[in-house]
Design a protein around this ligand. Structure first.
Ligand code: NAD
Length: 322
C-alpha cells in the first residue's frame, strides 16, 4: 500500500519513512524542506517539495502516486516560538490539517495517522497522563495540535475517514546515524550542541515542584515511535473505530538533570549545567500512561533513556550538524 508521509524529510518523519519501507509499504513524501533535509529521504522515495497548505499540490501527489493513506507529521513545533508568534503557528499547523483533509476527501483517501503531542494536555495535575485527562494546552503550539485533532475527528464523522492520533511525548535518539535530531529546541541536541561549542548546557528553571527542581518529561526513542506509526498505519486498514487517540510514551519520567547525567556518561565527561530562567509554556511534569497504546495497538517502547542518549551522541559525532 502507498502512504503519503508529510514532513518525511524531518527528524521523526524520516524515521517513519524508513520504518514503513522496512515493513514493505510504499512511500511518497511531501515536505517543504523548511526544517527537513533532502538527504534524509531515501533515493527510492519520491519527494514532492510542497507546502502542506497547498491543496492542489497535495491533490496531485495523492492522485499521481495512487496514495491510500497519509501519515501527517509536517508542522512547526517550537513551543516558545509559538508563544511569540501564535498566529503563524495556527496558520501553519491548523491550515495544514484542513487542506490535507480536504485534499484527501476529494481524492477518496480515507486513512490518516496524525502527529499529535503531549502538549495538548498542558500542565495536568496527575502523575500519569491518560488519554482521557483533560486537554488544556499551555502553549499555542499545543493548541494547534488539539485543534488539528478536532478537525480530523470531525472529518471522520462527516466524511468517513478513519484516523489515529498519536500524542508523542518527548522524542529523542536516532534510529540510524544519519537521522539524528539536530533541532534547536529538544533537550538532548541542545545539550550536545552546547558541549560541542565548549559551552555549559542550560537548564530552563530549577525551581519547579519536582524532586530536583527541573522539569520532568517522558522521553521516547524515535525508533520506538516510528514502529508505533507502522502499527497504527497498518491497523487503519481493519480499524472499525473511526477515531482513536493514543499516548506514545514510556510511562517513565526523567528530569532535565537526569538527562544531563546520562549525556555526561555517554560522552565520558560530567557536564556542568547552568540554571537559567524558565521558558514560557513549560509544564513541570508530564509523563504518559502508556497503557492504552499497549492494549489498543499492541505497542510499547523497547528502548530506554541511555539508548536514546547513546544513539543521539553517536549520530551527532558521525553527522555533525552544520
Ligand atoms: N520532536 C518531538 O519531540 C515532538 C513531540 C511531539 C510531537 N511532535 C510532532 O512531530 C512532528 C514532526 O516533528 P519533528 O520533530 O520531526 O520536526 P522537524 O521540524 O524535524 O520535521 C518537520 C518536517 O515538516 C516539514 N514541514 C514543516 N512545515 C511544513 C509545511 N507547511 N509543509 C510541508 N512540510 C513542512 C519540515 O521541513 C520538516 O521536514 C511535528 O508535527 C511535531 O509537532 C514532535
Amino acid at each position: 500500500m502507498t502512504w503519503l508521509v508529510t514532513g518525511g524529510a524531518g527528524y521523526i518523519g524520516a524515521h517513519v519513512v524508513r520504518a514503513l519501507l522496512d515493513a514493505g509499504e510504499q512511500v511518497v513524501v511531501v515536505d517543504d524542506l523548511s526544517s527537513g533535509l533532502r538527504r534524509k529521504v531515501p533515493d527510492q522515495v519520491v519527494l514532492v517539495e510542497a507546502d502542506v497548505r497547498d491543496r492542489d499540490a497535495l491533490a496531485r501527489a495523492l492522485a499521481t502516486h495512487r496514495v491510500e493513506g497519509v501519515v501527517h507529521l509536517a508542522a512547526k513545533k517550537a513551543v516558545a516560538e509559538s508563544v511569540a508568534q501564535p498566529m503563524q503557528y495556527y496558520r501553519e499547523n491548523v491550515d495544514g490539517v484542513l487542506s490535507l483533509v480536504e485534499a484527501m476527501t476529494d481524492a477518496g483517501v480515507s486513512r490518516i495517522v496524525f502527529s499529535s503531542s503531549a502538549a495538548v494536555y498542558g500542565s495536568p495535575d496527575t502523575d500519569f497522563v491518560r488519554e482521557e485527562t483533560p486537554t488544556i494546552p499551555m502553549s499555542p503550539y499545543g493548541g494547534t495540535k488539539l485543534v488539528g485533532e478536532w478537525a480530523i475527528r470531525d472529518a471522520t464523522t462527516a466524511y468517513g475517514l478513519t484516523a489515529i492520533a498519536l500524542r508523542y511525548f518527548n522524542v529523542a535518539g536516532a534510529g540510524a546515524a544519519d537521522l539524528g535530531d539536530t533541532g534547536a529546541n529538544n533537550l538532548i541536541p541542545m545539550v550536545l550542541r552546547a558541549y560541542s561549542n565548549g559551552q555549559r548546557p542550560q537548564v530552563f528553571g530549577a525551581d519547579y515542584s519536582t524532586a530536583d527542581g527541573s522539569c520532568i518529561r517522558d522521553y521516547i526513542h524515535v525508533a520506538d515511535l516510528a514502529d508505533a506509526h507502522v502499527i497504527a498505519a497498518q491497523r487503519l486498514a481493519s480499524e472499525t473505530t473511526p477515531w482513536s487517540v493514543y499516548n506514545i510514551g514510556r510511562g517513565v519520567g526523567s528530569s532535565v538533570f537526569e538527562v544531563m547525567d546520562s549525556v555526561g556518561a555517554a560522552i565520558g565527561e560530567p557536564l556542568n549545567p547552568e540554571v537559567v530562567q524558565r521558558r514560557a509554556g513549560d509544564p513541570a511534569r508530564i509523563v504518559a500512561s502508556a497503557e492504552a497504546a499497549r492494549a489498543g495497538l499492541g505497542w510499547s517502547a523497547t528502548r530506554d533513556l541511555d539508548d536514546m542518549v547513546t544513539s543521539a551522541w553517536s549520530a551527532w559525532q558521525q553527522y555533525p550538524p552544520s
